[in-house]
Design a protein around this ligand. Structure first.
Ligand code: TYD
Length: 347
């Protein structure tokens, strides 16, 4: 198969590129990536020498480029997206362009060329899930942030192309994913970096929000199942069964690194912060036998080890004067100075 992997220079996308090249010796991969702040060609360094990999620098919203590329491949897997909730609260515009309009452009090309499109989506489209329940693929979408609303918009466009035009689309909705090469704005890589440097860890609110944690390699394996075996027009949830309150994840990182819990700062909460996401992933398990191969402990340790072993990768982002420094100052500057003026809370 020749697969167009959009967003293939990002975190989960680059993990998937590696999976395809390793697992399928006859497959060919074309990566289309806009190389925004969160993507880097360095994320493909370990596979770049591979002759079965082509790289195209461009945007999924570029209709003529996308049409040309989709016509040359057998299938498309779309990882290209703006993904960070906090950024969507500061500046939602880019989220609409990539996560809604970009998906629309990909759908149009998939329709014209009769190609399968796998749309990589998120558990966040279901919104906040009250204690105990698990979202199934039939649940209504109830997004609450500009990020999740834009992803839900993309998912609904997929549904409309399936119903209206019979386009071959499969949607996956994954839970929180960690592993090597995740841009260090997300909870786990940010806190690992800060802990390594003995800098404060800004926990939003009371730290009791619950997320389910999945290894990027397990996530990539589920997406591969969706591409090769998923039924056209279906949605597949991809969860891990590793629901943890954030504070437990934070304390596990500190314990593993041998750092003090006094680095924790409880800071002003994210507006509209969803308390819990929880997925039922019975469908992909019973239809195809997919389950995550790695436990929570293995997943977290492998992730932390990677950041410990690759300081050059994250220092280039963190210590540059570019995007990360600006974002960090805007997101955390006032939160951390307000927190240091408050007495420590118990999590
Ligand atoms: P994040 O990694 O941004 O993923 P998502 O919002 O998509 O779940 O955040 C995971 C959880 O960690 C979420 O409940 C927000 C919380 N969080 C903090 O408490 N502090 C932080 O600095 C960040 C980035 C996240």
């Amino acid at each position: 198969m020749h697969i167009l992997i959009t967003g293939g220079a990002g975190f989960i996308g680059s993990t998937y590129v590696q999976l395809v090249l390793e697992r399928y010796p006859d497959d060919h991969v074309t990566v289309l990536d806009a190389l925004t702040y969160a993507g880097s060609q360095h994320n493909l360094d370990h596979v770049l020498a591979e002759a079965r990999l082509d790289f195209v620098h461009g945007n999924i919203a570029d209709a003529s480029l996308v049409d040309d590329l989709v016509g040359q491949v057998d299938a498309v897997v779309n990882f290209a997206a703006e993904t960070h909730v906090d950024r969507s609260l500061l500046d939602p515009e880019a989220f609409m362009r990539s996560n809604v309009h970009g998906v629309y452009v990909l759908l149009g090309a998939a329709r014209r060329h009769s190609r399968r499109l796998v749309q990589v989506s998120t558990d966040e489209v279901y919104g906040d899930v009250p204690t105990g329940e698990h979202s199934t693929e039939r649940d209504p979408l109830s997004p609450r942030s500009p990020y999740s609303a834009a992803k839900a918009g993309g998912d609904l466009l997929c549904q409309s192309f399936v119903v209206s035009y019979g386009t071959d689309v499969v949607v996956t909705r994954g839970c929180n994913t960690i592993g090597p090469r995740q841009y260090p704005e997300k909870l786990v890589p940010l806190f690992v970096m800060n802990a390594i440097r003995d800098e404060p860890l800004p926990v939003y609110g009371d730290g009791m929000q619950v997320r389910d944690w999945l290894h990027a390699e397990d996530h990539a394996a589920a997406i591969d199942v969706a591409l090769r075996r998923g039924r056209a027009g279906e949605v597949y949830n991809v969860g891990a069964g590793n629901e943890r309150p954030n504070i437990d994840v934070v304390k596990a990182i500190l314990a593993y690194l041998g750092k003090e819990e006094s680095l924790i700062r409880y800071v002003s909460d994210r507006p509209g912060h969803d308390r819990r996401y929880a997925l039922s992933w019975e469908k992909i398990r019973t239809e195809f036998g997919w389950t995550p191969a790695q436990s929570f402990e293995q997943t977290l340790r492998h992730t932390v080890d990677w950041y410990v072993d690759n300081p050059a990768w994250w220092s280039a982002i963190r210590d540059g004067s570019g995007d990360f420094a600006r974002y960090y100052a805007q997101q955390y500057g006032w939160r951390l100075s307000a927190a240091s003026a408050m007495p420590a809370q118990e999590g």
